[in-house]
Design a protein around this ligand. Structure first.
Ligand code: NDP
Length: 798
């Protein structure tokens, strides 16, 4: 009898367990299956008069007609958001918190309707929308109701940005909406959001929820349409920030389109995230992890664990288990509660997946798919595993965005890290081992914004999510996510012109009571800890502000920049040092600068003809500033987030890597110190272009660096034409970030050229800081721009 029941369980067919869709159908009918735009709290017909069809990918049936918004509609929506802004700001933190709380409650009350509608529209299994997507949405609004309440106490030094343009993709429609809208409105901004053309329905239901809770008109505007609608939002002059999630390709278009405009930008882009399995991992857990990593949401997940890296000794054993698990996965209509895999979002995406898989076969990888066939009435694709994949294969490098896993093996830990980082992306990684020491050794070495240890695809409103490299920049979730919707209040004090300096009537430092420096020989550059002659063999004459000849500096060129970048990359010593050790070196730098205080003051007088006392003040402030960063070197640290899972979620600031720094022309020594020191404090190596007009404070600094135990390659200084050298740095693929202090056009160039490898940029848009003022010239804001947060999730439970 016992055997027979077991047999029955094995052979029994699954019956369909369809979710009732009648409420969702009713919702669509209420609008005659035709949706207008949600602008200023009302439904508005699109100016174009055009609508397009929204399709149920599980069945290919038409669900509704969606409006195509054009530039005039975008204009209306932005105007409504702009008009709503002052009142939304003035009602204060508590009132905004109440609205966010009401949104959370109302979505929670209608969560089943949202889940069903999302599954109908997107094709993702109801099991996922019901248990993952919508609960995360609700949690996001609750969590941010809290941040709205705390806005004026916790973040009082920051100000809202204004009207925010938000553009989201089709893979997690309502979840992406919540990640964008909740922090933006909690911080006092108003928004215009465009959902993806294929999946607009839950955003439109959300608009109805905004009406139901009485959200003030214009705070949230939802406009539907295609890429051109998104582009109109990006290019609108009254939009202060763009928050975008989608492909790296469009992310780059947006980076270039917004270059130089001063629009703040956060980009959450593609990925090719490694899923690394070490030989001591619990393989049955690993297999379930893989199901969640690559078959969750049909693999249409930006952080999908799409590259399986397995230690060679267990590779075949694991592949066998994966094949067996694939055979048991069930695929079908998204509303069937007992399926594992739903439909691909549309025929275009299905075609892309098929083409990529064919390419994998053509390039010689081995295709593994289950023996069963997919249903034919919708857009389905079976779970797929590629083995025998070379690390350079297209399928190992390019995002497929479908249920396709590519597997490679490694032998040593070092090789695992190398393979994992062999990608232009850096969104997430998943590390599987029973050895916590190993996991915590590997996690910081992977260049990715999220590291999941023995888990994958876990998200929570309290933890930041976002990428490194071409996976974009900015974070969503946690306190770091709020920063994307705020600006420091101090920014309002920056000026359009540099502060005037008081010039004396004396010509030389010694007339000023300072030691004379005489006429200098031509200074070299400083690369890899050594003084280096310029590749081109040219030098540039430098005169004082009064036009008196002071000396000459080497004229750096593209080759010198390349050498400097190479030297910066070769320097692991600085990166490997603890905050404490870096602090010691910084104190030593300050000490050595102090010894040469008079000499540095002389140089400032020689270049700027300032008064002695002003020059000495600049040197003293430089010393003090180095002290500030020495103090912060072991104190600017991370958080342990209170995520709702049984996890320790560590938010760790990490260095950006190799940074280019283009120094301001004002305050020749202090401007150099104020930019270079915070960057190296965070463990970055830097290539510095000092002030073109007044470079000698930086070139004098070589000797201070040489005598202060700063490892070779940490600070590399290339003198010469500021904008010419800056552009070489901005185009360089091995430079991770760039800071530029200069004119408006230079800022635009830097942002535009940085799009190629998605460098982090920090530019001044032609505004001037007063470097002598501590509030403007130093502090944690600088460290924030010199680092990025990695969230490491460590689950616990015996
Ligand atoms: P896109 O990046 O094209 O779309 C994302 C959003 O941006 C959509 O709302 C889209 O509009 C909009 N958009 C498109 N072009 C522009 C533009 N020039 N300016 C402003 N907004 C624009 O992704 P796709 O949907 O086309 O998917 C293509 C590939 O992108 C996928 O195969 C996948 O590899 C990747 N992807 C990555 C995602 C991620 O989360 N990282 C999410 C989605 C896709 P609309 O689609 O309505 O035309």
């Amino acid at each position: 009898m016992k055997t027979r029941i077991k047999e029955i369980y094995k052979t029994m067919e699954y019956g369909p367990a369809p979710e009732d869709a009648s409420e969702a159908i009713q919702f669509l009918k209420k609008y005659n299956n035709k949706f207008n735009l949600f602008i200023n709290g009302k439904w508005v017909t699109p100016s174009s008069g055009e609508y397009y069809d929204s399709i149920n990918p599980s069945t290919k049936e038409k669900l509704a007609q969606i409006s195509e918004a054009n530039e005039a509609d975008v204009d209306k929506a932005v105007a409504a958001a702009k008009k709503a802004l002052p009142k939304w700001v003035s009602i204060g933190a508590h009132q905004r918190a109440r609205y966010l709380y009401a949104l959370a409650r109302q979505i929670q009350k209608h969560s089943r309707l949202f889940s069903v509608l999302e599954s109908l529209d997107n094709g993702k299994p109801i099991r996922e929308t019901r248990d993952i997507d919508i609960p995360i949405v609700v949690r996001h609004f609750y969590h941010h109701a809290g941040w709205a309440q705390l806005r004026d106490t916790e973040l009082k030094d920051y100000k809202e940005l204004g009207v925010i343009g938000q553009i989201i993709p089709w893979n997690f429609p309502l979840m992406m909406l919540s990640w964008k809208i909740a922090p933006a409105i909690a911080m006092g901004n108003t928004i215009v959001l465009k959902p993806a053309e294929a999946t607009s329905l839950t955003a439109l239901l959300f608009a109805e929820i905004c009406q139901q809770i009485g959200l003030p008109n214009g705070v949230v505007n939802i406009i539907t349409g295609h890429g051109s609608t998104g582009a109109a939002i990006v290019n609108h002059k009254d939009v202060s920030k763009i928050a975008f999630t989608g492909s790296t390709e469009v992310g780059k278009i947006i980076r270039r389109a917004t270059a130089g405009t001063g629009k703040k930008l956060s980009l959450e882009l593609g990925g090719k995230s490694p899923f690394i399995v070490f030989e001591d991992a619990d393989l049955d857990s690993v297999v379930e992890g893989i199901v969640d990593a690559i078959w969750f949401n049909q693999g249409q997940v930006c952080c999908a664990g799409s590259r399986l890296l397995v230690q060679e000794s267990i590779a075949e054993k694991l592949y066998k288990k994966i094949r067996a698990r694939m055979e048991n996965l069930r695929i079908g209509n998204a509303l069937d509660k007992s399926i594992d895999i739903g439909a691909i979002v549309d025929d275009t995406q299905l075609k892309t997946i098929k083409e990529m898989v064919q390419l994998g076969v053509d390039e010689g990888s081995t295709l593994n798919q289950p023996s069963w066939a997919c249903p034919t009435e919708g857009y389905y694709y079976p779970p797929t595993l590629f083995t025998d994949v070379s690390p350079s294969a297209t399928i190992a490098q390019e995002e497929i965005f479908g249920p396709v896993l590519v597997a490679m093996s490694f032998r040593t830990h070092k090789e695992a890290v190398k393979l994992a980082n062999n990608t232009r992306y850096g969104l997430a990684c998943s590390i599987w081992t029973e050895n916590i020491n190993l996991a915590l050794d590997i996690a910081p070495q992977i260049k990715a914004g999220v590291a999941w240890i023995n888990c994958t695809n876990v998200f929570d409103a309290a933890a930041g999510f976002g990428g490194y490299r071409e996976s974009g920049f900015g974070r969503e979730g946690g306190k770091e996510g709020l920063m994307e919707y705020l600006k420091p209040r101090i920014n309002n004090e920056f000026t359009d012109e540099p502060l005037p300096i008081s010039i004396n009537n004396l010509d030389t430092p010694n007339e000023n009571g300072l030691p004379s420096l005489g006429i200098d020989r031509t200074t070299k550059m400083y690369i890899g800890g050594k003084q280096a002659r310029p590749d081109g063999g040219y030098s540039t004459v430098i005169n004082s502000v009064k036009g008196v000849y002071i000396g000459e500096v080497s004229k750096g060129n593209r080759k010198d920049i390349r050498n400097a970048v190479e030297a910066a990359h070769a320097n692991n010593k600085w990166l490997d040092m603890t905050g404490h050790s870096r602090a010691q070196v910084l104190y030593y730098l300050a000490e050595n600068l102090m010894i040469r205080r008079e000499e540095f003051a002389s140089r400032i007088v020689q270049m700027t003809n300032q008064n002695k006392s002003d020059a000495l003040q600049e040197v003293d402030l430089s010393i003090e500033r180095i002290y500030t960063y020495a103090a912060l070197a072991d104190k600017y640290d991370g958080h342990v987030h209170h995520t709702i899972h049984r996890n320790v979620t560590l938010a760790m600031p990490e260095n950006l890597g190799v940074m280019g720094i283009i120094c301001p022309d004002e305050s020749p020594l202090l401007g150099f110190i104020s930019t270079v020191i915070p960057a190296i404090t965070m463990g970055n190596s830097v290539i510095v272009i000092p002030s073109e007009k007044l470079p000698f404070s930086a070139t004098d600094f070589y000797q201070v660096l040489e005598t202060s135990d700063v490892p070779a390659g940490t600070v590399n200084i290339v003198t010469g034409g500021k904008d010419e050298l800056a552009q070489v740095l901005a185009k360089h693929d091995n430079v991770d970030a760039i800071w530029y202090f200069g004119n408006k056009e230079g800022c635009r160039e830097i942002e535009f050229l940085s799009a190629d490898n998605m460098k982090r940029t920090w530019v001044n848009y032609g505004k001037y800081r007063n470097w002598l003022d501590k509030a403007q010239g130093e502090g944690q804001e600088f460290l924030k721009h010199a680092s990025q947060i990695k969230n490491i999730w460590i689950p616990y439970g015996a």
